[in-house]
Design a protein around this ligand. Structure first.
Ligand code: ACO
Length: 359
């Protein structure tokens, strides 16, 4: 077999979770277009749909929401572990450490998935408010999963903002065999447990070429600052062989449908922030430059570009972006782990030896 760098074009698993058509910019969760899902369903309903394969009926969804609410609290010993971490430890490392210390059932992977999905926002908000020297806000049982996340982070409950965050979290829940999901599947394929799989995925998600990109987008726009500097900054980066964060995707060779949905949602907001105008203009100019400069690669805006815009519009700290993305993608990690366990074969690809023969 030929070596394929980055396993490009290699089919490494079968899945019923999402279908991606990168040429036409289509993304389906279990056969349904994400644009329809985001319009009609709540975060909780789509989590249930991805984990169990069917939409919940009224009684089922109520019970499911209850379970998520019950599992929001961080165990005291985990709070102590978080408290012991020095203030400069990155949020993704805090999340990875806290998650890896959780004690789960290991016998019921669905229950474990619910616990992990439920606790992510609380860990992020707890650590964030601690570091910012703000009072800790306990989970509020009257709020939905996403409302509660925003409330624990900011201390406020704004329905419009919660809806925007919910759309972002739904649109980024699942995306085939991306790098972090692949990590989760490899770990679970050794018959390890879900905590180990999610911990592996978090380590992979942290990198700037994957989940770390939104922070890079903010840095880029901060560097550009004004419309007249777009060309100069982008060209300088390309000349230095740097990648433009928020552009390009392994699968999409057209506009990423998630970026499109997020963009539509933001541009309809009243009083579009100045920063957002810069993001839209920078996107237009950068696409033109990339198409001229790298005509063979079909580089378009990816989800991280507008994720950055959404999170900035919500006034959330850029240091939280990758962790917030993880609080959504954990749903995909868990659903893939469940699938992998159902029909398991340990991942063990070959490597081509290119060293010397010394015997
Ligand atoms: N800016 C400039 N050039 C780029 C970019 C970019 N953002 N993305 C790809 N290219 C170029 C590469 O330099 C390469 O050109 P070269 O052969 O002349 O060096 C060519 O396009 C192909 O690049 P690959 O890395 O082979 O493409 P791949 O499909 O493996 O990369 C990736 C996908 C990692 C996302 C890449 O586009 C990238 O680094 N983008 C910037 C980071 C980013 O936005 N990441 C978020 C992705 S979305 C997500 O993870 C949820």
């Amino acid at each position: 077999m030929e070596y394929q760098p980055g396993l490009k074009g290699i089919v490494a698993a079968e899945s019923e979770l999402s279908f991606i058509d990168g040429i036409n910019g289509v993304l389906l969760y279990r056969g349904i277009p994400i644009e329809r899902l985001v319009e009609k369903y709540s975060f909780e309903e789509i989590v249930y749909f991805l984990l169990y394969g069917e939409f919940a009926n009224l009684a089922e969804i109520e019970k499911f929401k209850e379970k998520l609410i019950e599992n929001r609290q961080i165990p005291i010993y985990v709070q102590h572990i978080i408290d012991e971490l020095p203030p400069n430890v990155a949020m993704m490392d805090v999340l990875r450490t806290a998650i890896s210390s959780l004690e789960l059932s290991e016998t019921n992977i669905y229950e474990d998935a619910i616990k992990l999905i439920a606790i992510f926002p609380t860990i992020i908000a707890y650590r964030y408010r601690n570091i910012m020297e703000k009072s800790i806000i306990s989970p509020d049982v009257t709020h939905s999963h996403v409302e509660n996340f925003l409330y624990m982070l900011t201390g406020e409950m704004d329905q419009t903002k919660a809806k925007i965050l919910e759309a972002y979290l739904i649109l980024t829940m699942e995306h085939g065999l991306n790098a972090s999901t692949f990590s989760a599947r490899v770990t679970i394929s050794t018959e390890s447990d879900l905590v180990a799989a999610v911990t592996s995925a978090l380590g992979t998600m942290k990198g700037p070429l994957h989940g770390g990109a939104p922070t890079g987008v903010i840095d880029l726009l901060n560097e550009i600052r004004t419309f007249d500097r777009i060309n100069e900054v982008i060209m300088e980066k390309l000349m230095n062989k740097e990648r433009i964060m928020g552009f390009g995707h392994r699968v999409y060779k057209t506009i990423d449908p998630r970026a499109e949905s997020l963009k539509k949602m933001i541009v309809t907001l009243e009083n579009l922030p100045k920063w957002m105008e810069l993001a839209v203009k920078t996107e237009q100019e950068t696409l033109k430059i990339l198409h001229d400069y790298k005509p063979n690669y079909k580089l378009y805006t990816n989800v991280e570009y507008y994720a950055a815009a959404i999170l900035k519009t919500l006034d959330l700290d850029p240091n939280l972006f990758t962790a917030i993305f993880s609080s959504s993608r954990i749903v995909g990690w868990c659903a893939h782990a469940i699938e992998q366990r159902r029909n398991n074969s340990i991942f063990r690809p070959d490597v081509k030896y290119i060293g010397e023969m010394r015997y």
